[in-house]
Design a protein around this ligand. Structure first.
Ligand code: FAD
Ligand code: SF4
Length: 481
């Protein structure tokens, strides 16, 4: 496709990168998204910065292989409906990925402009704009299969992997039921990721579209407890496991007993429920007026510190054992947190929780140092003797990552990897291979990858749906022969 708008006055030479973001002191006053919806002119100008470089590194770096140069070119020419058609061909939720992908590590990180010293095209923001415009204008087609098929698919987990698979399977006419133990669908899109990154109305309209298209949601149903996997296998022709990873890694230091800390996901769920105007329960956590220490350096930790700032904490410290360069969290999210007033204590590892009258008062912290760099290896860390110090705290949040729950405890014939993720036939290989060790049972998303990204869950869900479709059609042909 011809690049449109790149050689005119909107080209990258005269048009700097602009991502309209609310000022920090304004945005911390509520839980609304911090990226301000751009104007059409702004989107045209930003999309017009794409050079149509000929080698779409951005597309290769996108897990969905989105046709980015094409929809940028169309957006630059205000051909938004066509841009939507192309963006939605490869992704079942462009407006969500456009908001929450760590673009600095994916498409925008690989953008030729970024690599050559100019700033990357604002690919994510344009993608979100295309999706929002499509919803606003009624261009998002309802799911209306050409033919209904008798076979049914049961999906365990209503997160992005389950929803993406449901979307594609229902399009093919299958009868789809999604089971989720939460009271709402959406998985971590609804209850994990805070509203300042992804407002819940954006998730809800995707759920509504699935319901309108004939997908059945059974919420409040814990598979393995309320129903068994065998029950679902009896009921459906195929079962897809997309139940994510939820076993939080815990802090194990002297003085840390039950109730002394709060798990990151519990803390975030409570705030997301407030945003959804659910009635508050007694056990809900709030940081207002408190000295908060969040332990961990990933994106979940960033979500917690920024939530605590918005709740009106007296102070918020992020404690991480390595330095800024070696943090697992996205640089963009760290920068957002710094702008919003979070203090980072780099190279500090929790050593003990100090308490008075049964209440935590501080985190005793060991000063750490990085070992000498060794080519090809992650730098190790070691304790600096005599470097201990205390950080005052009356709310300590643990954000140390997640591991899979042991789903095989209820289903011994389900093979797991050494990391307790669900073992599938050919993970990560071309053409995928999402079949598990149990015939007719497939798996996708974090349950297979371990804690990952929404965009990968969407990719897996879409690919697993295509594989399930092939499986069911082959089976039908065999029966007919
Ligand atoms: P999930 O979204 O976890 O959905 C799984 C669903 O299965 C849940 O609804 C759960 O209730 C349900 N379930 C589990 N067990 C059962 C059972 N036994 N029976 C019935 N239902 C069950 N990624 C990004 O790309 N960008 C971000 O900004 C980002 N921020 C994040 C912030 C936080 C706090 C967290 C924790 C993760 C974040 N991620 C982010 C990662 C991303 O959310 C996940 O990779 C993604 O949601 C995985 O999708 P999934 O569908 O595999 O699982
Ligand atoms: Fe970039 Fe994510 Fe959109 Fe792909 S899905 S183009 S990586 S924002």
């Amino acid at each position: 496709m011809q690049q449109m708008g790149s050689s005119g006055p909107k080209g990258f030479v005269v048009q700097p990168r602009r991502l309209p973001k609310a000022e920090a002191q304004i945005r911390v006053q509520d839980f609304g998204e911090i990226i301000v919806k751009p104007t059409t002119e702004n989107v045209e100008a930003q999309a017009g910065r794409c050079t149509d470089c000929g080698v779409p590194f951005c597309q290769n770096a996108c897990p969905l292989q989105n046709n980015i140069p094409d929809w940028l070119g169309l957006s630059a020419e205000d051909e938004m409906r066509e841009a939507w058609r192309i963006a939605s061909a490869t992704s079942t939720m462009p407006e969500i990925c456009g908001r929450i992908c760590p673009q600095d590590r994916l498409c925008e990180g690989a953008c030729t402009l970024n690599v050559s010293g100019w700033e990357a095209v604002t690919i994510g923001s344009v993608e979100a704009f295309i999706g929002d415009t499509a919803f606003d204008n009624g261009w998002v087609e309802p799911i209306r299969p050409l033919h209904e098929r008798a076979e049914s698919v049961g999906i365990v987990g209503a997160g992005p992997a389950g929803m993406a698979a449901a979307d594609r399977l229902r399009e093919q006419g299958y009868q789809v039921t999604i089971y989720d133990r939460h009271d709402r669908a959406g998985g971590l899109l609804m209850y994990g990721i805070p509203g300042f990154k992804l407002e819940k109305r954006v998730v809800q309209r995707r759920i509504d579209r699935l319901v309108d298209g004939g997908v059945t949601f059974v919420t409040g149903c814990n598979v393995g407890v309320d129903v068994t996997l065998d029950d679902l296998r009896d009921k459906h022709d195929v079962v897809l496991l997309a139940m994510g990873v939820y076993a939080a890694r815990g802090l194990s230091v002297p003085g840390c007993g039950p109730g002394d800390t709060v798990a990151a996901l519990d803390y975030l769920i409570h705030q997301n429920r407030r945003d959804l105007e659910d009635p508050e329960n007694e056990g809900w956590h709030h940081a207002k007026g408190r000295k908060v220490v969040v332990i961990g350096g990933g994106d979940t930790a960033m979500d917690c510190v920024r939530t605590a700032i918005r709740q009106g904490a007296e102070s918020v410290v992020c404690l991480y054992r390595r330095d800024k360069e070696n943090m697992p969290g996205s640089a963009r999210e760290v920068a957002n947190a710094e702008e919003e007033g979070v203090h980072f204590e780099w190279l500090g590892a929790p050593k003990a929780l100090m308490s008075r009258d049964g209440a935590v008062t501080s985190v005793r912290t060991a000063r750490m140092a990085l070992s000498e760099p060794v080519f090809g290896q992650r730098r190790d860390i070691q304790v600096v003797p005599g470097g201990d110090f205390d950080i005052q705290a009356d709310l300590v949040i643990e954000a140390l990552g997640f591991e899979p729950e042991n789903f095989a405890a209820h289903n011994p014939e389900l093979a797991l990897t050494d990391w307790k993720t669900v073992k599938v036939a050919r993970f990560g290989q071309p053409g995928a291979g999402f079949a598990t060790s149990i015939p007719g049972v497939f798996a996708a998303g974090d349950a297979v990858r371990g804690a990952s990204l929404v965009v990968w869950a969407v990719r897996d869900g879409q690919d697993a749906a295509a594989e399930i479709d092939r499986y069911l059609r082959t089976r039908t042909e065999e029966v007919a022969a």
